[in-house]
Every structure is written in C-alpha cells, then in structure tokens.
Design a protein around this ligand. Structure first.
Ligand SMILES: CC(C)(COP(=O)(O)OP(=O)(O)OC[C@H]1O[C@@H](n2cnc3c(N)ncnc32)[C@H](O)[C@@H]1OP(=O)(O)O)[C@@H](O)C(=O)NCCC(=O)NCCS
Length: 401
C-alpha cells in the first residue's frame, strides 16, 4: 500500500499511540490518572506512527537497552514494544512499513540488535526476528514441595513497601540480574511501566527482598489471588524473580513455598537449566513447561553482532541471507579468534532470523538443520557449528517488556 506515511510522533501524540496499542489488545485507552504515570514511560524520539491520510493507523515503539551476549560483552539493543495496528487498517501492510522504518532507525542509531516479545510468534520471522532464549514456567504445589535438606537455606527475606521496592529493585537487578547471556538492561522507563504504574493503580503485588552476607542480592514480585472463601485456595503468581547465587535463588524459593494458605505457586520464567525439581524431596510437586515466547532477537548489524560474542573451538563459514537489510547478506568466517567477511565457499546457509536462534546458543545448529531451517553445504559443518555456538549455561532473558 503506497498511501502509508511513517513518522516519529511528537510527545503530544504519545497518548493517542498508547490508546491505539491498547485497542489492538482489546483494552480501553489510558485514563488521565494512568496517563500521568504512563507518559513517563515514553523515551523521546522512539514512537513511530503510521498514517493513512490523517488517521493514525498503526504504531511501534522501542526503548534503548542492551544485551549481555556469550562471553560477557554488552551490545546496544532496541527493545521493541507497543506495536499495534488499528483493526480497520489491518492486513494492508501497515505493520510491514512500520517494521521496515523502525529497523532502519535502529540501524541509524548504531544499535546492533533489536528484541521483542511477540504476542503471536507467526508474525515476526518475516522481519528477521527469531526466538533467541527460552524460559521455564514452573508451577508448584507448596504443601507437597519440600526442599531437600542439603539445598542452600538462603539468607533473610523481607517484604518491602512500594517506596522501598522502587528504591532497591533497580540496584539489585544491576548487581545480580545480568549473570547470563540474554539478560538485558532495564531502562528507567521500564521500571515506570512495570512497577510505578502498578503501584499507582493499587494493584495487589508483593515484593520480597533476599539479603545475604553482602546485603540485598535478590528479590521477587508476586501477585496473590485469594480463593473463593477467605483463607482457601489462594494462588501466587511470580512475575519477576531476580537472583543469581544459589543462596538467593533457593532462599527465595524456600520463602515462596512457605507462605501459608497457598494452593499453587506459579513462577512465570526462570532459566531452563535451573534444577528446581531436583531440589525437592519429591520432584513431582513441581512441573516446568517451556515458554515459547521468551526473547526474540533481530541481528540488525550482523558483522558487529557476530564479532561481539565468544565462540567454541570450531571454524565455520556461514552464508547469511537478509532480504530486509541486504547489507548483512553474505558469507562470514566464524572462529574462536574472531569473525571476518569472506568470499570462501560457505559451509552452512541460513536466513537472518535463524541466525538469531543460534546467536545465544539456545538452539543447536544440528536441530535446526534437521528441520530444514539451515542448509548444510559441507558435510559435517553442522556438528562444528554446534561446538561453535555452544554456551556453558542456558541463555535466558527474564524481563518482560
Ligand atoms: C499483528 C498486527 C500488528 C499486524 O498488522 P498488519 O498491519 O495487519 O500487518 P501487515 O498487513 O503488515 O502484514 C504483514 C504480514 O504479516 C502477516 N500477519 C499479520 N498479522 C498476522 C497474524 N496475526 N498471524 C499471522 N500472520 C500475520 C500478514 O499476513 C502479512 O503477511 P505477508 O507479508 O506474507 O503478506 C495487527 O494485526 C495487530 O495490531 N494485532 C493486534 C495487536 C498485536 O498482536 N500486536 C503485536 C504486539 S507484539
């Protein structure tokens, strides 16, 4: 469709953008009270509007963030969110125009990666995004879930007020929240929308902070839902669980499982290799399921992204195809000593969305070759790529945005 104009929205237009996004998710526009907080979550210059004539038909937004990649480097990243198209303008290419323009803007800013968490995974592969991390959703029945005696007992856990929570959580996240590849910077705007907004709306959320010998080293946020009768069948849903050391992780689990009058505890995401079931006397008291939609990544600057991470002991030439950002297309030689563009014959061929699935080591190249997402051009190259991209512990994001 040629009559779509994309431009950066002025701050006076952000509220209309949020209203459009909320309508796309079947929610009502923000009230004055909600907007008083919500307006502070907009980073200037990063809201796009798609206009058909005078009508705002679609919108997309991003925060400036960064991502920890294998080896410990931190890479500039746009955290894309609040994407929506008016239901009477859908399937006319509005999203496609927004995505094209947003990726061009991200590249102009020098951001190496873009990331999002899709409501529907079917949509974003065509724009070069691929699922780059997985997270385990865990459901526990506290009455049956007893931690084994040798599991670290942890330190002290205290409940804090909203004011104290806002004062301590960002610092704890910065200190301990980014131990794994896939974890991202949480900009101040994120804290506004994730917590200030919820506190201002008097949402029923509880923050529990864990302290070890060196001070506060973890926290979790949960939403209690009471049962039909007072004191019966309550559930706790943990939306944010930040801890890195075994003491903090299992100290917080111990606390969670000990809250009285609770039938079920759900932790929506933790790393997939954390052995919580094995930490219990009866592993059947807990079930874990993988979340399909964890972090989706887009390598916007493929040479810089590939050069930023560490590699295992193998050498492979990858041929990457990127129809949206064709400057990325071409062959790359990846070795533990570095990455170079090359004219050598490629060993493996893949599109840029599949490269995003390999990038943090979440998917094995051999698994993706088996389902036809990667083409093996040199026999045995897939096994080398497995060794090249392997990571010592599972990558994980843990931040919803
Ligand atoms: C999803 C949404 C953004 C798509 O916008 P749109 O302007 O209709 O998308 P486009 O017309 O540019 O379509 C682009 C392509 O994606 C496909 N597509 C779009 N929405 C899709 C969906 N929900 N499921 C499967 N494919 C979809 C289109 O068929 C089209 O495919 P093509 O390139 O092969 O022709 C819009 O429908 C919407 O706002 N939905 C509700 C809110 C939402 O899900 N937001 C995303 C938050 S992460």
């Amino acid at each position: 469709m040629s009559d779509i104009e994309i431009r950066t929205l002025a701050d006076t237009e952000w509220r209309a953008s949020l209203g459009l996004f909320r309508a796309a998710l079947h929610a009502v526009p923000p009230t004055d009270e909600q907007w008083a907080v919500g307006s502070r979550s907009y980073e200037p210059g990063r809201t796009l509007g798609a206009f058909c004539g005078d009508t705002l038909a679609g919108t997309a937004f991003a925060w400036s963030s960064d991502l920890l990649v294998p080896g410990g480097a931190v890479v500039p990243m746009a955290a894309v969110t609040r994407v929506g198209v008016r239901s009477d303008f859908r399937r006319r290419g509005v999203l496609s125009e927004l995505m094209r323009r947003q990726l061009a803007d991200i590249a102009d800013r020098g951001e190496v990666l873009a990331a999002l968490r899709p409501t529907e995974p079917l949509i974003y592969g065509r724009f070069g995004y691929g699922q780059a991390t997985r997270g385990a959703k865990t459901v526990a029945v506290p009455g049956n879930a007893l931690l084994r005696p040798e599991v670290p007992s942890g330190g002290r856990v205290r409940l804090v007020t909203p004011a104290e929570a806002l004062a301590v959580m960002p610092g704890i996240y910065e200190r301990v929240g980014r131990s794994r590849p896939g974890t991202m910077a949480r900009p101040s705007y994120w804290w506004t929308v994730a917590y200030e907004r919820a506190f201002a709306a008097d949402e029923h959320i509880i923050i529990a902070v864990h302290s070890g010998p060196d001070g506060d080293d973890g926290y979790l946020m949960y939403r209690p839902t009471p049962g039909a009768l007072p004191g019966t069948n309550a559930t706790l849903a943990v939306d944010d669980f930040v801890a890195a050391t075994p003491d903090a992780v299992y100290g917080l689990w111990r606390f969670l499982l000990s809250v009285d009058l609770v039938d079920e505890v759900t932790v929506w995401t933790r790393p997939t290799d954390e052995p919580i079931a094995e930490a219990l006397t009866d592993p059947r008291a807990i079930t874990s399921a993988e979340h399909r939609s964890d972090l989706w990544l887009r390598l916007v600057d493929v040479p810089k992204a590939l050069a930023a991470r560490e590699y295992g002991p193998a050498t492979v030439v990858l041929e990457v195809e990127d129809s949206l950002l064709p400057g990325n297309s071409g062959a790359y030689r990846l070795t533990p000593d570095g990455v170079t563009r090359t004219t050598a014959t490629p060993d493996l061929s893949l599109s840029v969305d599949v490269l995003a699935m390999l990038y943090l080591g979440t998917w094995r190249a051999s698994a993706l070759t088996a389902i036809g997402r990667i083409q093996e051009l040199t026999p045995g190259a897939t096994t080398k790529a497995d060794a090249l991209f392997a990571v010592p512990e599972a990558s994980w994001c843990g931040t919803f945005f």
